[in-house]
Structure formats: structure tokens, C-alpha cells
Write a protein that binds this ligand. Structure first.
Ligand SMILES: Cc1ncc(COP(=O)(O)O)c(C=O)c1O
Length: 400
């Protein structure tokens, strides 16, 4: 792309696309492959965010691209979700039923993570006949009204009130606080590892205690694995670190292999609640689009065939150890699981300076939505050892 064309495009981007922040990255994307995004001038950026947790098998994986091309040749959208038998949808649902923990076996496909959260919350309310919802401080579940209502940062809720009533927030990773979950609660929604909250890994007792409390009281446990799913934390699903089986598992991001796709998965009796009284009370036109499902199936193949979850566990542990040697000065701590890591800085200024320096040297990374002193690292799981070394060297230099 000519330089003039690129700058015209950038001007139109600022003028005609709704801006969501004061300082977008603004890279004029020419191509993306593996862990690299190239801009219009040919500059190559190493993407340490995997398109925000989507490209676990890398950008435009050839297997995924082929599956998309093949599906496009057959059919695109044919009917609203749930009416027709579409092979990619059925196959992906069957694979998810096999791979998700416990007896989660019925899948409802959506277009995005936030829609999957909405569906999970509605299902829980209808199934239990209860109204109250419990969520955790620091949580992020999406930006539609229901999902925002259970978002654990008041700064983002405040401009949009009134939201759902009857939502209580508990401190994350506080076992004592779980006693507040009582028999009026329809569901407790939790990220097994909080992403936007600053990559917060709970202590080993927390999720098992939460599971026990929900079972005791008859509330459904909804695990939001939109960011932690599909190998990101070193297991296929992060719940598996603690052998916790939720009642509903929420998925999106990497599920579609780069195409828009979300899902919530539950036991048969829980999910059946959406089939009746009345029927068609929770529907979607595009949810589970056949092209997205074909892409998701292909991405899942790659993930399993290349053992990317186990690989993320091993290489992530090595990477944490390397990154910890950089601590001192502005960088306080490094934490995380698998390939979902956090660099915690002393101040927001130091964080911003670090991110800007890394970007000058072609690394894409950023602080998390709720925590301006935490830089999240979530590269594609297929990132090569050489690329990881280059990223570490660049980060070390940016800290100097
Ligand atoms: C844990 C979690 N849940 C839900 C969402 C919302 O997903 P989406 O942006 O696809 O609506 C996100 C997005 O970042 C997320 O991190």
C-alpha cells in the first residue's frame, strides 16, 4: 500500500470509526500470520496479545484459512440458530462436549463472549427460578448490559446505570466472603483467573471452595473462560487447574480461531430450560455461524494436534522465570499461568513508558483494562522460541 493511501485510510479511521480510546495503536494492517502483524509500510510487529487472546493458534493459521475457504464454498448463513442441522456447528458442539470438563455436553453458540455471558445468566435465572447474581471485584465479562452488570469495576458500570438489580460483588480470592452466597442466588459468575483485573491467579483453595458453596446452596457456577480457555493458561480450560467443574462454561475469543464465535456449555438438564416455557425465548440470528464453527473446529485440531496447552504450561513457566530476572526498579513482579502473564509495575507512568518503548521496538502489548500498572502478556501459543527471546530482549531494553 502506498504511503498516501495508508495515511488517507488512517484519517478515515479517525473520522468514521467510533473511537473507543484516546490513543489507539493505529497500525495500518497489511497482513497477519503466526505471531506477526505487518503494517502497510512492511514493518513487522510481534503480537504479544494474540489479537487480545484470540489467536492462540496464531494469526491466519493455514489449516483455519483452508477450513474457512472450504466452508465458504458450501454455504454461508442459512437460517437462524437452532433450526437447521449444520455440520460445522454439530461437529464443534460434539468436540466441545468431549473436551469440556465433567458432563457439560450441550452447547449454545453465540457471536461473542459478552453474548455468551448474557445467555449463561439468563439460563441460570430461568433454571433456578432465582434472581440474585454474585460476581467478583475486578471481574470483566463483557460490555452488554447484563455482562456489564456483573463487571467488577464501578468505573465502567457508573456511566450506564441503572444496570441489573440484585447483583452482589464479593472480593476475589476471599474464601471467607463465599459465605455471603445464599439460597436466593441464581448464579455466581467467575473468571478462574482474572484477565482484565490484572491477571490475578487465585489461591488453590478458592475455586474448589466456591464450587462447594454453590453446590450447597443450589446456585449455578458460571465459569467465564473467554480469555483463559483453549490452552492459554497451560490447560485446555483453566478450571482444570483446580479440578473444578462449573455448571455453565462460557467460551469465546480463541474458540473461533480468528472468526467471531462464542458459546456457553452446560449439562443437558440446565440447557434444556431454554427449549420451553416459552420456546424461542432466547434466540440469535448469526450465533454459531457455519464459517466461524468451521474455523473453530480447525483451530481446535491444531491446538490438540500440536499439544499447545501442555506446551504453554512448559514454555510459560520458563518465560516467567526469565522475566523475573528483570524485576527490580520499575518492574515489581511477574506472575501468571501458562501463556497468560502479568508484569506488575510500580506506577501507571512507568507502565505507559514501558509499553511505549516496546511499541517503538515493534512489540504489541498493553496494560489491562482494570489495572493500569499491569502489562499483560498473552502471545499466540505457537510463538517460536526465537520470537520469545526477541520479545524478552526488547522488554529488557525497554526497562533500562
Ligand atoms: C473474561 C472475559 N469475558 C467476556 C469477555 C467479552 O468478550 P467479547 O469481547 O467477545 O464480547 C471478555 C473480553 O475481553 C473477557 O476477557
Amino acid at each position: 500500500m502506498e504511503r498516501e493511501q495508508a495515511s488517507g485510510l488512517t484519517a478515515a479511521f479517525y473520522r468514521h470509526l467510533c473511537q473507543t480510546s484516546a490513543q489507539p495503536l493505529g497500525i495500518v494492517v497489511a497482513r497477519a500470520q503466526g505471531a506477526t502483524i505487518w503494517d502497510a509500510s512492511g514493518r513487522a510487529y510481534l503480537d504479544l496479545l494474540a489479537g487480545m487472546g484470540v489467536a492462540n493458534v496464531g494469526h491466519a493459521h493455514p489449516h483455519v484459512v483452508r477450513a474457512v475457504a472450504e466452508q465458504i464454498e458450501k454455504y454461508l448463513h442459512v437460517s437462524v440458530y437452532g433450526e437447521m442441522v449444520q455440520l460445522p456447528q454439530v461437529e464443534l458442539a460434539r468436540r466441545l462436549a468431549e473436551l469440556t470438563p465433567g458432563d457439560l455436553s450441550v452447547v449454545y453458540f453465540t457471536n461473542s463472549g459478552t453474548e455468551a455471558v448474557e445467555g449463561a445468566l439468563k439460563t441460570a435465572r430461568k433454571f433456578t427460578g432465582r434472581a440474585r447474581l454474585v460476581a467478583f471485584d475486578g471481574a470483566f465479562h463483557g460490555d452488554t448490559f447484563g455482562a456489564l452488570s456483573v463487571g467488577g469495576n464501578p468505573i465502567y458500570r457508573r456511566p450506564f446505570v441503572p444496570l441489573l438489580p440484585d447483583v452482589e460483588f464479593l472480593a476475589f480470592d476471599d474464601v471467607e466472603a463465599l459465605g455471603r452466597i445464599d439460597a436466593s442466588v441464581a448464579a455466581v459468575i467467575v473468571e478462574p483467573i482474572q484477565g482484565e483485573g490484572g491477571v490475578r491467579v487465585p489461591g488453590d483453595g478458592f475455586l474448589p471452595a466456591l464450587r462447594r458453596r454453590c453446590t450447597e446452596i443450589g446456585a449455578l457456577l458460571i465459569a467465564d473462560e473467554v480469555i483463559t480457555g483453549f490452552g492459554r493458561t497451560g490447560r485446555l480450560f483453566a478450571c482444570e487447574h483446580w479440578q473444578v467443574v462449573p455448571d455453565i462454561l462460557v467460551l469465546a475469543k480463541a474458540l473461533g480461531g480468528g472468526m467471531p464465535l462464542g458459546a456457553f456449555v452446560g449439562r443437558t438438564e440446565v440447557m434444556q430450560t431454554l427449549s420451553h416455557d416459552p420456546p424461542l425465548a432466547h434466540v440469535t440470528t448469526f450465533g454459531g455461524h457455519p464459517v466461524s464453527c468451521a474455523a473453530g473446529l480447525a483451530a481446535l485440531d491444531v491446538l490438540l494436534r500440536e499439544h499447545l496447552a501442555a506446551d504453554a504450561a512448559q514454555r510459560g513457566a520458563r518465560w516467567v522465570a526469565q522475566l523475573r530476572t528483570l524485576c527490580g526498579g520499575a518492574l515489581r513482579t511477574v506472575r501468571g499461568r501458562g501463556m497468560l502473564l502479568a508484569l506488575e509495575f510500580a506506577t501507571p507512568e512507568a507502565t505507559r513508558r514501558f509499553v511505549a518503548r516496546c511499541f517503538e521496538h515493534d512489540l504489541i502489548l498493553n496494560w489491562t483494562l482494570h489495572c493500569d500498572t499491569v502489562v499483560r502478556l498473552a502471545p499466540p501459543l505457537i510463538i517460536s522460541d526465537d520470537e520469545l527471546e526477541r520479545a524478552t530482549a526488547t522488554m529488557a531494553a525497554a526497562l533500562d
